[in-house]
Design a protein around this ligand. Structure first.
Ligand SMILES: NC(=O)C1=CN([C@@H]2O[C@H](COP(=O)(O)OP(=O)(O)OC[C@H]3O[C@@H](n4cnc5c(N)ncnc54)[C@H](O)[C@@H]3O)[C@@H](O)[C@H]2O)C=CC1
Ligand SMILES: Nc1nc(=O)c2c([nH]1)NC[C@@H]1CN(c3ccc(C(=O)N[C@@H](CCC(=O)O)C(=O)O)cc3)CN21
Length: 290
């Protein structure tokens, strides 16, 4: 087998196997439309946007399950107004049978709206287990975070990983999306060096308009230097086009060394394009396997 076909085989059979997707509470009609293009059992995260209410998220998680997928509702620590809010949400998940998997984020508000300042405080309440959660996703930032210093991010990752193991709850990491493979793999190596062996899902944007990608990247502090986006497949002087993660995934597959990086999978941030993303993934897998 020549090196090029080795790369194709790896992309097709391993990295894109069991990919996960992300949707908002309002994306249920899009999920219904895209249903047949997404493998049954795919994990689908339901983002915790500030302008969506808890019931909308619970309903979305229920729809994900009804359609044959595995819901992963997000819980944002800083957006919870009280312990009651947290318990009500967890009780809703339990009642709907959608509590198995959750993903925790600190939350973008500069100041907590209630008693929880970060994801770790949610884990430490012990409520996750009480309400039947079995597996918990936490964040990873290969390029850092604009509002949180690097040391605090590493301590948070370490402390959350330890606290989950103590419960015990199953743990996994999903990284912030990015356009550059290099910092992603350097970061993964550092995670492993620190003794954290849990599965890591590498966050990438699904195919989307360049203008939209740029706007989310600048909002979330993701690097978009001219050389990085050129390598990714678009140019800063042409914001009219769309760009997909084709090259990113090929490069990631070529450089992924399970002995060094452990288990890696892909998480697609769909930014409104759930159907476009699942169709893209189906096509890309087919082409990779061909
Ligand atoms: N990676 C992702 O997919 C998403 C990330 N986020 C945002 O990422 C940020 C951090 O969340 P996690 O990684 O779960 O951190 P975390 O909850 O584990 O907290 C890590 C450290 O950062 C501090 N922190 C948390 N949120 C902060 C904020 N908004 N401003 C300043 N300091 C903050 C905490 O006090 C703690 O010291 C939040 O702003 C969160 O909303 C939000 C949604 C999705
Ligand atoms: N720091 C941080 N905060 C976040 O909120 C965040 C990240 N990072 N990383 C990526 C995820 C995914 N996020 C998003 C954000 C928007 C849509 C989205 O679909 N927006 C709609 C408009 C939604 C609306 O306002 O109703 C869109 O069509 O773009 C999806 C996922 C937010 N996320």
């Amino acid at each position: 087998m020549n090196p090029a076909s080795t790369v194709r085989t790896v992309v097709g059979t391993s990295l894109l196997e069991d990919y996960s997707l992300e949707m908002t509470g309002k994306d249920v009609p899009k999920l219904e439309e895209a249903r047949d293009t997404i493998p049954q059992g795919t994990r689908i995260n339901v983002t915790f946007l500030g302008n969506e209410d808890p019931q909308l998220r619970l309903d979305a998680a229920r729809a994900v399950k009804r359609l044959g997928f595995v819901p992963v509702p997000h819980i944002s620590a800083r957006r919870l107004g009280s312990r009651d809010d947290f318990e009500r949400f967890l009780a809703g998940l339990r009642a709907d049978g959608t509590a198995d998997n959750v993903f925790l984020v600190g939350g973008d508000p500069a100041h907590p709206e209630g008693p929880y300042e970060d994801a770790l405080s949610l884990i430490r309440t012990g409520l996750l287990q009480e309400y039947g959660v079995r597996s918990v996703g936490i964040t990873g930032y290969p390029e850092g975070h604009p509002a949180i210093d690097g040391g605090a991010l590493w301590s948070a990752l370490h402390d959350k990983h330890t606290a989950l193991a103590d419960q015990p709850l199953e743990a996994g990491v999903i990284t912030q999306f990015g356009f550059d493979v290099e910092p992603v793999l350097a970061w993964v190596e550092e995670v492993r060096r620190r003794g954290i062996g849990v599965p890591i899902r590498i966050g990438v944007p699904g195919p989307a308009g360049v203008r939209r990608l740029m706007s989310y990247a600048s909002r979330f502090g993701v690097g978009t230097s001219a050389s990085v986006v050129k390598k990714y497949g678009f140019s800063l002087t042409n914001l009219m086009g769309t760009a997909g993660p084709d090259r990113f995934l090929r490069e990631l597959a070529a450089a992924h060394d399970p002995a060094r990086h452990g288990e890696l999978k892909i998480h697609f941030y769909t930014f409104g394009g759930l159907g476009a993303t699942s169709e893209w993934a189906t096509r890309f897998r087919k082409e990779s396997l061909a």
